[in-house]
Structure formats: C-alpha cells, structure tokens
Design a protein around this ligand. Sequence first.
Ligand code: ADP
Length: 826
Amino acid sequence: MAVSPELNLENMDETARLKALREYSILDTLPEPRFDRISQMATRLFKVPMALISFIDENRQWFKSCQGLNVQETPKQQTFCLHTIASDELMVVPDAVLDARFADNLWVTGELGVRFYAGAPLIAPNGAQLGTLCILDTKPRELDESDRETLRDLAALVIDELQLRQVLSTREENEGRLRLLESAIVHANDAILITEAEPINQPGPRIIYANEAFLRTTGYTLQEVMGKTPRLLQGPKTQRDQLDKIRAALEKWESVVVEMINYRKDGSEFWVELSIVPIADERGWFTHWVSIQRDITSRRESEAAHRESEARKTAIFENSLDAIVTMNADGEIVEWNQAAEKIFGYSREEAKGCDLANLIIPPAFHEAHRSGLARYLGTGEARILNHRLELPAMCADGREITVELIVTRLSTEVELLFAGFIRDLTEQKLIEAAFVAARDEAECANNAKSEFLSRMSHELRTPLNAILGFSQILQMEEGIEPLRDIVDDIHDAGRHLLLLINEVLDISRIEAGQLALSPEPVAVREVASEALILIAPLAAKVNVSIEASVILDSELYVLADRQRLVQCLLNLLANAVKYNRDNGHVDFECLSVAPGSDASENGGTEYLQIRLRDTGIGIEAEKMQRLFIPFDRLGAEQGGIEGTGLGLSLTKSLVEEMGGTLGVESTPGVGSTFWLELPIAESALPQALNGFSDENNNSEIAIESSVLLIEDNPRNLRVIERILAHRPRIKLLAALQGKLGLELARQHQPDLILLDLHLPDMQGDAILLALKAQQSTRDIPVVILSADATLGQIERLKADGAREYITKPINVPQFLAMIDFILSGK
Ligand code: ADP
C-alpha cells in the first residue's frame, strides 16, 4: 500500500529517530511483563479487544507487546502507526472503513476486521518518535478528551518503562564489567597490590588489597598483608637506588617501573619488575597506588647466564691465537680481535668499518672475493664456506703472509655476518721449508750412503771371490790335512764377511726403498726344501734334527719373491739350529690362516703361516723388544755362536716388504717359535730354472766341452781355472779383454761362455748383446759372473739373453752344478 500523500515523513529526521530507537536495544527482544501490563491495562481501560505496543525501524513495525492478536511484525508501509508517529499527537480513526487512508488496509478488509484505531506516539525524551501504543476495535467508536488523556499517559508509561529498562540494563552491564575486571585482577598472573595513597614516607601507604598471584609468590596470607605496607617485601639485598627511585616518583604522584630483589615470607629472594601507578577519583584526587609485580627471577638468571656466556665468548674471542674477523654482507669489518691486531698490524679502531678486501686481501684476489660474496648473497651458492683454505694476506707494513683460513656464516637475527678464523702460517711455512730442506738433505745423504754401501759391497766382494774361491779349492785338494783348520778358518771368515756384506747391503736397500722384489706364486714346498738343503750341513754339525714333513707335503703357494723367501726361511732356520741345544729339535711346518673376522682388516685374503719351533735356549721377555734391532745380538756374541745380529731385522723387513708379518713366541729354557705369514696365492706361474745345488746335480758331464771365460782380473781367472780343474773334461779358454773374448767366441764356438761384467775395453752387457747379435755365437749359453747382485741388473741381463747370473763370490758346489747342468744340455 502506498504511503498516503498527507503524510509528511520528509520532515522527520529519520536517521536521528532510528539512532534513538537503537540506543534502547528493544527490537527483537522477548516479551516483558512491564510492557504487557500496560497493553493489558489499555484493553481493560478502553474495553477494546486489541492493544499493541510497537516500534518502527527502517522497514517494519515490530511488536513488543500484543493483546488480542498474535503478530511479531508487519511491513512498515501497511501500518496505521506509521501515520501516528508522523506527529506528536494522538491519531484516532473512528471508522476505518470510512477513512480513505485505511479503507483498503488488510487489517480492515481482512480477518481482523479492524474498524477503530487510536494510537499515541511513543516519544523519547529527545523528541524522537520510536513507535506507538495503540488500541484497536472491530466496531467504530469515538474517544473523548479524558480517554485521549489516558492513552497519552499510558504511552508516557511505556516510555518510562523503556527508560527504566535501559538504566537497569546499563547497570547490569557495568556490574558485569566490574566483575570481569575484578576477576582479571584476582586471577592475573602478575602479583597486584593496592595501597592507600598516603602516607608516602613513614610508615608508608597501607595495603588494602592483594591478589592471588601476590599471595602465591610471597607466601603470605591475605590477613598477614592487609594493613601492612609494601616494605614487608624488602630485605638486605633490596636495591637502595631502586627504592629511592620509587619514593621520588610517588612524591610527584608519577608512575614508575623498577627491577629489584624482594623477599618471600620464608626469607627467600626473588627478582621482580615492579610497576606502580597512582589512581585518582573522579575529582582527580589520588586515592590509591596500584603496583603490579612480575616475577623476573628466571629472566634475570637467563640474562646473567647470557652475560656470562657473552663474557666467555669475548674471552675466547680476545685470547684466541688465531685472528677472528667478522664481516657483514657489504664486506665491511665488524669485529677484529687482538690476534688480528697482532697478525695484520691494524688496531681494532682502524680495522672496524673498513672494507675487508682493501685491508688484508692482496689485490689479485679482490675480484674473486667480491664476486664470491655477491654470488653467495644472490644465489646462496657457497664455494669457500667451511673449507680450509691457504691464501696470501696483506699486513699493515706491506708484508705478504700466508694464512690458513676458514670462513663460516654467522646466523644472527639482526644481520648476516661472516666469521673468518685466520691462522698465520708464516712460521709454519718456514719450519716446513726447513723440514723439506732437511729431508732433501737427509735423502741425499741416504742415497749417498746407499750408493757407498753398494759400491763398497761390490768392491769387497771382488777380493772375497778370491779368498772364498781359493779356500774352497784348497779344501778340495788332497794333502791339505795339516793345514785344514787354517783353510777352514779362512773359508769361514770369508763366508761370514760375505754374509755381513750381503745383509748390510739388503738392509740399506730396504731403508732407501730401493729393494726391488718380484712377487710371484711360490710353491712353499720348494722354497722350504731349498732352505732345508742349505741348512742341512749346519744342522748336522750341531746335532739338531729338523722335522719338516708337513711343509714338504704342502701343495700351497704363497705370493712372495722366491729368492727373498728362501733367504728369510734360511735365516730363521739358521737361528733355530744355532740357538738350539745339543740333540735339539726343530719343527718346520705350515698351516693356513683364515682371514680375520673383520674381513676389511686384510681384505679377506687367506694367509699361510710358516712356523719354526725350536727346543733351544728361548728369549727372555725383556729382550723381546730388542730382537729386531740391527746388530743387537742379545748377548749371543758372548756365547761363541756365529752371527751378525742382522738376520732377524732383515727378515722382518723383507717379510713386511712382501706384504706379510713376522712374529715370535718364546719361553726361556723351553724354546722359541718364529712364524711368518704370507698371502696364499692361487697357483704357480711357470717356473724358471731355479737355483742349482751340487746335491741334486752331482752328475758330472761325460762329454768333452769347452768353456770361454771373459774376465780381466787374473786372480779371479785363477779361481775359475782351479775350480774347473775339478772337471777335467772341460777345456778352459780365457780372454782378459772384451773384444778378444768376442773374437775367441767366434773362432772357437765354445759350449759355454762365462762373462764378467767389468772389463777394461767393453762393458759386459755390450759383449752379451754382441754375442747374441751374431749368427755364429747367438746360441752359445752365456753365464754372467758379477759382484753386482742387484735384482734389476740380473733381470735386465737375463732379458738380453743371459742364461744364468752367478754372483761373486762364487759358491763352488753350486757353480759346478750349474756348469754340469748347462753342458749336459739339460
Ligand atoms: P744373529 O746373526 O745374531 O743370529 P739375528 O738377527 O738373526 O742375528 O738374531 C738376533 C738375536 O736374536 C740373536 O743374536 C739371538 O740372541 C736371538 N735369537 C734369534 N733367534 C733365536 C732363537 N731361535 N732362539 C733364541 N734366540 C734367538
């Protein structure tokens, strides 16, 4: 229904009206008796079936109280009341059917059948028309002046109730808020104390309230603190200056915050942060002090711990022997410790804030430093962080030093920093240089020593060849008996000297790392038997039996240098025999050893243990650690047993060079067990002709043969002549020079050539090559005779075509066996 044109709603300040309505917060509330009483009173007073109290907002008429009809709200435009609130006056419609404004209103035409309407506007004290109190009838009627007055009074009563309701609800709200505040204070985590405002000085303001947290932290009950002053919290350590600060603030009625030590009832201390504020009444008079106390003991403790840790860090920073320098993302120095001052010569004040590159990085490295920093900041790619680097650095006096540097990123919340830990390597470099020089010098000296020993041994071997050769020849001569003891002594002394020379030479080679070994699969049985054959004469001489059936039956191979292994076994066998007792015994056996439980220990390799158990004098425990010291014979030199004191140390070095180990167990008076372990090899390589011995080659050649000896030393020539005198079917030709030797070889086509390596006109190896190069001499077997026993040399000459290589001094029986072997065409 359109608003009637007579209505002057334009004049109403609708916004102000709606604002006033909202302030009463009445819309959409539940029915209340105080309003229902008024509407009921209206129905009774006016004897009408319907009375309504309603409020009108922007869209609707909402009913707070309804008598005679049940309605919540209706659209605003359809209402009588909209007309009522358009003025401050009552609106009376005696018969709506006859009133053009309402004749077709739904309330009139519909089920309600309203004919009469009288409404009084509900006018707030500020003049806003909030709604209406209206009475309705289904019959037309009139209102006299007294009725009108009554209706107005009832409307005024509605407004009074509305006002009262508002006052009550505001009070309730305030009370609720007060309860909330009180509960907040009572239950606050911080201790809260309220005192009177005065007296500020003696005895101090009296406590009128303390909350739960206060009682909890201090241990007092409420009764114990009420009426007292806050001084009961103070004690000997309470800071005087903080108390003065409080008093000064209180005297000026100002708030204050302090931190100080308070005391609990039981006398224990705690730290509080105390905030005191004055409270004034509505006239502005200060009536109370409120103090809020926060227990900051743990904060103070962690601050103290932090300070301590800072102090420790500073002490480390300052006392570090390394320079510690921190740099920010702009490359500027932030911190510079004392060591940095000392190393680089800049004081902390000079260094701080400077560009690190300009200060200590040599110009050649500036670009790398800057681009590295930019790359890290841009992409996070760190190339040098947390790596040890060795770099040059610049000092204040222009010196360039070498430093060791490690840079790490410091994660601070404030800014990105890099810390460099820098060590001056100048002194270390000098030491290293001196060390390298000393090492080079020592190496030089060592090489010279090795060279000297090698030469000396060569020089010593040559005359020994004569001594040993002749003494052996003499031993074979008939009619020598009266002089045999002397000849034997000469021979023994010569052999001892030879042994000594060989062992010294080997040890010096091992020390110089020049010992060339040729590891190959070696049949244990063979090397054992070779060593046994060589030791047999000595064992027989001193009456010691050797049980070797286990090792001689062994089918196993070890990875070793064949010659050297024989040498090692011989040394150990010789000791087991020498240091045995009369009628003593030696067990020479072997057993395979499974890899250790930790397979990585030896890579899972299986080892063969060769054991020599003797029944000899044994070794005392305290002497054990001297066992492998060269020349230390552990006192055996006094017992008349021949020896050099080098055998065990050489054996140990050789075994270790071959990848094995040497060990010993011994019980004095019972015997010793020496064992060596070597890796077991899969199978044997094809064996070359190995060693000769007179014992297994005693078949003297039956046919006539010729042997050419190319040798410049007449004494050695005589030795060979005398040896070969034992082979009367051999015709010996001799050449004192190389070229002559070649000539004789061509002319006479000997069956064998014995070639010395050092000749006045030509080197032996050149002669060998010349022999092998000529058709006529190519097939003649050549045996090299030399005092030079280096493995490399032997291998080289064998590769050039030498059939055998005999080292001087010559072992006569072996030499003869070899000659027999070759000449008999084996
Ligand atoms: P040597 O030439 O004196 O035999 P070694 O180096 O072979 O030198 O041995 C060093 C010392 O160890 C010997 O002098 C001896 O005192 C002691 N020794 C070696 N083997 C045995 C053993 N099987 N029984 C007792 N003592 C031994």
